[in-house]
Design a protein around this ligand. Sequence first.
Ligand code: SF4
Ligand code: SF4
Length: 105
Amino acid sequence: MKSKPKKTQKQPKKPASKAEVSENKEVAKKKKNRDFKINIYRAWCKNCGICTAFCPTKAIVSDETGRPEIADASKCIGCFQCFQRCPDFCIAVFEVEDKDKDKEE
Ligand code: SF4
Ligand code: SF4
């Protein structure tokens, strides 16, 4: 008779390391209240995945074919890694005006 397979125990989630906490703080510091718009010129893109590999916040991610997608533009910190690393100059990042600035008197 076959014995029942043992249930695998769920591993407790690891607490964030000091390095991860400090990295998150650094990202938050860079972001502040700035918003960025990401443009990808699809006609020039060869889906190499370099831009998404270097994006520190995963504002852009690659789909299963390697095609870059904007996952969440609000995560963009304007580091310009994607712009600087793209070998075909087909990604651009612009800072957009803070919407709340208009409301200030
Ligand atoms: S500018 Fe930086 S954070 Fe924004 S999409 Fe490009 S690599 Fe990601
Ligand atoms: S680095 Fe440039 S060519 Fe490569 S996937 Fe990103 S946008 Fe496309």
